[in-house]
Design a protein. Structure first.
Length: 554
């Protein structure tokens, strides 16, 4: 959940009808939000984390007007096509490769609007942009800029401008070292040979993202009427989402949206923003199955309108609907059905008891994991808990595995440190050992947890598999030591395993084996390859095994 502060009187003015505080509280609750408190005219509202389009006063008013039946409609935004150009240099590929841009014209900027823009920008930075790690937003007065604009990168000593709020010109490194904002976000450019920056046709620097704007070209005031907006970062999908939230907010403030042509060095051209509606489908039968009530098609249509959907077609059980471009939270038909239920009112649903009788108990696989954990602790191993979100660098590259040869589940909106779901526990354990290099030896750790494997036969194209891994690192850590632990662990389940020689890029040749239970491969055991140890910053040998626990169940 995300906390935001909105003026009660401004919200009522934007809605266009007097709504009591209690009516507003109920409406917000029905929409999945919560009115936390009121202090003078300010309302503290907790917004659903997935509905960042509701962060702004304009976005919230837009949703409430439709939900309360004051103006139920499908919102549409006109994008004026233009020849405004942003050139993108190949030099930014090494540091912050993408940007999306737009221009807003004829906006009447007031003190209240300035505060609202700053609030929304910072909330988006903290939430969707993950503290500017994944993306950064820049907003500039267009009257101070000469088009076309260039997005490029250079050595930090060669980037010189007066940072926002400062009076003296600085170069890139000085900005990181001497300004408050630079110190706060210096880690985002740490270790980079070049820094990205925006510069206009006259050579005036607009900003050095993701750090700070220029004082000369980057300060929006109440005299500003036209804006240049850019979002830069690592993932185009995320940047489009940021830009969409911003331009629709400005349009609701009364501004006109103009597109920009993004011209890359290779000649490719992209036009942004893209506010084309999202096309989604759901099954009519799913509503009764999941929500538990029957409604007519006309009832469903009216509820969809309350939630700003537009019905495109109905083909038997399948409904096709159109959603506004800012509804990036619609991933599955369940999201649409949830909106329909909210429009109907969850409090209006009849209370029913499920027609089942059962006694709760722990899943057999979870119980087995707990039992084996106790055994491993008895062997003198420490239990670790690592994250399922990880990186291709750690799971594959550092393990000497070619990513083209292994199927995995990528994270489309991830970043450099979290761009896939783990397929093995061993790399995460190696990171744990690396973080404890200064501790005494030997070090013995284990973990029993799920990995996520690609599975085209599943409706979500993946499956969870419970693994258990154990690692020993010492001045002398070898195959025999870890094999003894594996045999004793499996014997605690009343089973025996065989180990046959195999080759694996992560392990040393001749010291690696495939673990078999009744002839079925259930894991791998061996001594880690020296290059793998170097890649993780380890200096002592490591012996490890990793097995699939489901095969140890009776």
């Amino acid at each position: 959940m995300v906390m935001t502060t909105i003026s009660y009187s401004a919200l009522i003015a934007a809605i266009g009808k007097e709504v009591s505080l209690e009516e507003l509280r109920v409406a917000l609750f029905d929409l999945g939000m919560e009115l936390k408190s009121r202090e003078d005219d300010d309302l503290a509202i907790e917004i659903k984390a997935e509905r960042l389009d509701l962060l702004s006063l304009q976005g919230l008013a837009r949703a409430l007007k439709s939900f309360l039946g004051l103006s139920p409609s499908y919102p549409q935004y006109a994008v004026h096509q233009s020849d405004y150009v942003v050139k993108i240099s190949d030099s930014v590929k090494a540091v912050r490769p993408y940007t999306v841009c737009a221009i807003i014209k004829n906006l009447v900027v007031t003190d209240e609007i300035l505060k609202e823009v700053i609030n929304v920008q910072e909330k988006l930075h903290v939430t969707l942009a993950r503290g500017r790690v994944r993306g950064a937003i820049g907003i500039y007065p267009l009257e101070n800029i000469t088009l076309p604009i260039l997005y490029t990168a250079a050595k930090p000593q060669d980037i010189r401008f007066v940072p926002l709020g400062e009076s003296q010109e600085m170069h890139g490194l000085q900005i990181l070292q001497q300004t408050e904002t630079g110190k706060a976000y210096a880690h985002l450019l740490e270790g980079k040979d070049v820094f990205p920056y925006f510069v206009d046709a006259t050579g005036e620097v607009l900003s050095m993202p993701p750090i700070i704007n220029s004082e000369k070209t980057g300060r929006v005031t109440e005299n500003t009427r036209d804006l240049f907006i850019e979002c830069s970062g690592f993932e185009k999908k995320l940047l489009h989402e940021l830009l969409t939230n911003l331009v629709t907010m400005f349009a609701d403030m009364g501004g006109d949206i103009y597109s920009m042509r993004l011209v890359y060095e290779d000649g490719s051209v992209e036009q942004t923003p893209n506010l084309l509606p999202l096309q989604r489908t759901f099954r009519f039968s799913s509503f009764k199955k999941l929500i538990g009530i029957e409604l007519s098609q006309e009832d469903i249509k009216s509820l969809l309108i309350k939630m700003m959907f537009e019905v495109v077609s109905i083909d038997g059980d399948v409904w096709s609907v159109r959603a506004p471009a800012f509804r990036a939270d619609l991933w599955h038909e369940v999201d649409i059905l949830d909106d329909i239920a909210r429009a109907y009112g969850y409090n209006n649903l009849p209370l029913t008891l499920p027609n089942v009788a059962s006694i709760a108990s722990e899943l057999p696989l979870s119980r087995l994991r707990e039992d084996l954990s106790e055994v491993m602790v008895g062997f003198g191993f420490l239990e670790t808990y690592t994250f399922a979100l990880t990186s291709i660098q750690d799971q594959l590259t550092n393990m000497l595995i070619n990513q083209e040869q292994l199927s995995f589940v990528p994270i489309s909106n991830g970043n450099e440190t979290q761009n896939m779901l783990r397929v093995s526990l061993i790399p995460e354990q190696l990171k744990a050992l690396a973080n404890n290099r200064n501790r005494s030896l030997p070090q013995k750790i284990f973990e029993g947890a799920y990995v996520v494997l690609s599975d085209d036969s599943s409706d979500v194209k993946s499956t969870n598999m419970m693994h258990l891994t154990a690692l020993i690192t010492d001045k002398i850590a070898n195959f025999t030591q870890i094999r003894q632990i594996l045999d004793a662990l499996v014997l605690s389940c009343g089973k025996y395993v065989d180990v046959i020689p195999m080759s694996h890029p992560s392990f040393m040749e001749g010291r690696t084996g495939q673990v078999l239970l009744d002839g079925v491969p259930i894991g791998i055991i061996g001594e880690l390859h020296p290059q793998v140890l170097v890649n993780f910053g380890l200096q002592t040998p490591v012996a490890a095994f990793e097995i699939k626990l489901k095969y140890l169940l009776d």
